[in-house]
Write a protein that binds this ligand. Structure first.
Ligand code: PEP
Length: 248
């Protein structure tokens, strides 16, 4: 993983309150967090400002979504410009819940990604196959299609982290085995090399998400093409510190 800084994101999803955020801030502040790791937490939009004001300096707050336009008649949405305005530099886009609960298409996610990058955000772009797609042998085709949609709209990939999150592993307690995850990461990196060139492929952080816990993160972190994690449920608990430190 020469030169790729380990990246661990937490995704709080639609969870939390000021008081529970205070508790998370406490264990993150106590850490200690490996200084060789980029640590980011995905915060519900309404708490971004609050979380940012409380988090330690080595943990960055990320939005969980944003829209593809800077402003206008888009009730309920927030823009990358607004995120930048309140000092937020990261956004998670294309999470499986956005795709499958809210019906976001590959194309919309690509448009959002392009717009967020143009506005100076770093994007955690999520991809991953559903169980029936894996069982039908379509895992690679799905992951390549989702990435290709983004590649059609994005040329500078330096502020992108790709999160491979098999949908069947998210929130289910069914983690991909280290070998299953490594296989997809390796094939995706080869695809990136073929389509976008060696420099993009070599420098791209490809992180894994799907029921990552402190009990399975060390083995996953040993895989050559796993450059970190996106963590849902366990990011709300003190074990998130151990997951951050699992590459040691
Ligand atoms: C996620 O929300 O990105 C995720 C991987 O969730 P969990 O860790 O709870 O499976």
């Amino acid at each position: 993983k020469m030169g790729r800084k380990f990246f661990v994101g937490g995704n709080w999803k639609m969870n939390g309150s000021k008081s529970s955020i205070d508790e998370i801030v406490n264990f993150l502040s106590k850490g200690p967090l490996d200084s060789k790791v980029d640590v980011v937490v995905g915060v519900p939009a309404i708490y971004l400002d609050y979380a940012k004001s409380k988090l330690p300096a080595n943990v960055f707050a990320s939005a969980q979504n944003c829209y593809k336009e800077p402003k206008g008649a888009f009730t309920g949405e927030i823009s990358p410009a607004m995120l930048k305005d309140v000092g937020i530099n990261y956004v998670i886009l294309g999470h499986s819940e956005r795709r499958h609960v809210f019906g976001e298409s590959d194309e919309l996610i690509a448009e959002k990604t392009a717009h967020a990058l143009e506005n100076g955000l770093t994007v955690i772009a999520c991809i991953g196959e559903k169980l029936e797609e894996r069982e039908a042998g379509q895992t690679e085709a799905v992951v390549f299609r989702q990435t290709a949609a983004i590649a059609a709209k994005v040329s500078n990939w330096s502020n992108v982290v790709i999160a491979y999150e098999p949908v069947w592993a998210i929130g289910t307690g069914k983690t991909a085995s280290p070998q299953q995850a490594q296989e997809v990461h390796e094939k995706l990196r080869a695809w990136l090399k073929e389509k976008l060139g060696g420099a993009v492929a070599e420098s791209m952080r490809i992180i894994y998400g799907g029921s990552v816990t402190a009990a399975n993160s060390k083995e996953l972190a040993k895989q050559a093409d796993i450059d970190g994690f996106l963590v849902g449920g366990a990011s709300l608990k003190p074990e998130f510190v151990d997951i951050v430190n699992s590459n040691q």
